[in-house]
Design a protein around this ligand. Structure first.
Ligand SMILES: Nc1ncnc2c1ncn2[C@@H]1O[C@H](COP(=O)(O)OP(=O)(O)OP(=O)(O)O)[C@@H](O)[C@H]1O
Length: 549
């Protein structure tokens, strides 16, 4: 996915209660620092009896801070989990309704890897934002109250940190976006090349493909290093500024207590209590600023992911009718009508003649390669929307409301076979979970592929890859015909059932389809086979492809 157009991305969710709890927890450190300073000052003055209540107070404040941190991190983790889960559900639900999904590698990267990048940003960026706007300010006022010189040290060292962060932040966001793009394209390249491995070997293209991989992996390495460089540079500079600030404070307090520095207070010399107190709060003045800068990188990555999600949402894709949910099959169709159907395919619109098929009839959809036969079958199954006209089943329009039930009663043999990882039997049972082995064998016989399945190493139990490994192209297609027959629907949509078959097997398949028709099934058959077309009751051909507006 590339970022060619600017799209409006969603914002990261915030939790004001958790953020307020974390700010309160940070501010409680002021109380703890005051108590520690009192302990030190008391111990130096020899007042050991006062240490006990101070220690108890210290523990109580520590307990409160731990409670607040626990409360906030629990809420933020739950919110991060909910957000990632909601985006995952949205992507999966939408993709399951798209006629053609995004590349599996891009989707896998988005779902498994990239959405997870939202989590650290939700956990850290929101809380760091509120903390950086409040805690340093309060600590600065308190430091000024104790000593204007101490306040001045913080005032000078502090703003350099956000200033520097803002400068690198812009570069960080662009670098993260470039890294994500490259991750996606390397993932797509890997999955495409692996699936075409044998073709690449035969074409002698291995070296070129390896070179492409090398270049692409090298680009990813460079882009990742770019992100890391910015992250390391930021944290080095931030550590430098905050260490300098704390060191300057230590020098000022040390020399003041030794009596070498006599300025910087509001009259009386700096007391031991004030000195210890200032030393304790100085690191916490810088802590939120450093946290903010670290979180800035999380936000940069998260923003890049949100921009990719926004682009994914805007991607144009044909939507399947219905909810792609499991539904009860509708009553057996007695009539299917096409009225003025026009279907958009890319930048052309294909038109079809009006026709009505009844139960017990077969409709042949013929025409040249690319004319639009498979397209019509997909539209009849509600897998593609029509750009004009109507598909009507038993007098009812095929719509989002009626499509799931209609599809549940269909037998479907697609042009390109797809299987799930699993045995031949498991794949046959997809549309008929209760079918036994003998019913499965009968369906294989009817599809003219029983002998070939029996000859496989484990027969029906042989494992099929997603593309039907172990079977020829024609055998794999006939297994999908057997799957459609086993599903037992009274309407069958079959795409080129006799393609790639020798005449004898083709004749057997034609006869079985005739038998189904005779038993009352409705058949819609896309085919180039003149004998099969002639044997159908009705014939249509896609009429006209015109350029879409
Ligand atoms: N996903 C798609 N996006 C855009 N155009 C497509 C898409 N799929 C197919 N087409 C185009 O739609 C037209 C009809 O394709 P279809 O697969 O329906 O033809 P067909 O008649 O079944 O061809 P064949 O006999 O070769 O199987 C073709 O021009 C094809 O290039």
């Amino acid at each position: 996915m590339t970022r060619k157009t600017k799209t409006s991305a969603a914002k990261l969710p915030r939790d004001p209660a958790a953020e307020a709890a974390l700010v309160l927890s940070s501010l409680l450190w002021l109380g703890q620092a005051a108590l520690i300073a009192s302990c030190v000052a008391g111990a130096i003055a020899g007042d050991l009896a006062g240490l006990l209540p101070l220690g108890a107070g210290l523990l109580a404040l520590g307990g409160m801070r731990a409670g607040l941190d626990f409360f906030a991190s629990g809420r933020l983790s739950a919110m991060a989990r909910r957000t990632v889960a909601a985006y995952r559900t949205e992507v999966l639900n939408t993709e399951s309704r798209r006629h053609q999904s995004q590349s599996p590698a891009v989707l896998a990267g988005l779902l498994a890897e990239k959405l997870e990048m939202l989590r650290p940003a939700i956990l850290r960026y929101g809380p760091a934002g509120l903390r950086v706007r409040t805690v340093p300010l309060v600590l600065l006022v308190v430091a000024f109250w104790q000593s204007w010189a101490a306040g001045l040290i913080l005032l000078v060292a502090g703003p350099l940190i956000p200033l520097f962060s803002a400068l690198v932040g812009m570069a960080a966001q662009q670098a993260s976006a470039r890294q994500l793009d490259q991750m996606a394209s390397l993932g797509t390249m890997l999955s495409e090349r692996v699936s075409a491995l044998l073709d690449l070997r035969v074409l002698g293209a291995q070296t070129r493909v390896l070179d492409q991989f090398r270049t692409s992996a090298d680009t990813l390495r460079k882009r990742t290093m770019e992100v890391l460089r910015i992250a390391f540079l930021t944290s080095t500079v931030l550590e430098l500024f905050s260490s300098l600030g704390v060191a300057m404070m230590a020098v000022y307090v040390g020399f003041s207590l030794l009596g070498e520095i006599g300025f910087g207070t509001w009259g009386a010399p700096l007391s031991i209590w004030s000195g210890v107190f200032l030393l304790l709060i100085a690191p916490d003045f810088f802590a939120p600023l450093r946290e903010m800068s670290a979180a800035w990188h999380d936000r940069a990555s998260a923003n890049a992911v949100l921009a990719e999600l926004a682009q994914w949402r805007e991607a144009q894709a044909d939507t399947i009718l219905g909810n792609a949910d499991a539904a009860k099959p509708a009553a057996a169709a007695s009539e299917l009508s096409l009225k003025g159907v026009r279907i958009r395919r890319g930048d052309q619109i294909i038109s079809y003649p009006d026709v009505t098929v009844a139960a017990g009839q077969a409709l042949a959809v013929s025409g040249a390669s690319g004319a639009g036969k498979s397209t019509l079958l997909a539209a009849i199954a509600g897998l593609l929307p029509v750009a004009g006209g109507q598909v009507v089943v038993n007098g009812t329009l095929l719509t989002d409301e009626t499509a799931d039930a209609w599809r549940a009663g269909l037998g479907w043999m697609p042009q390109s076979p797809h299987f799930l990882e699993g045995s031949v039997l498991a794949n046959l049972r997809l549309g008929a979970p209760d079918a036994d082995r003998s019913a499965a064998m009968r369906a294989l016989e009817d599809a003219g592929v029983a002998a070939q399945v029996v000859a496989l190493p484990k027969g029906l139990g042989t494992s099929l890859g997603t593309s039907g490994a172990g079977l020829s192209g024609g055998e794999a297609r006939r297994i999908t015909l057997a799957r459609a027959l086993l599903a037992g629907g009274k309407v069958l949509l079959v795409d080129e059932p006799t393609a790639d078959l020798d005449e004898e097997t083709a004749q057997a398949v034609r006869q079985h389809l005739q038998g189904l028709r005779a038993s009352g099934a409705m058949l819609v058959i896309a085919s180039h086979d003149p004998a099969l077309i002639a044997a159908c009751d009705l014939q249509i051909a896609p009429e006209l492809a015109e350029a879409a507006a």
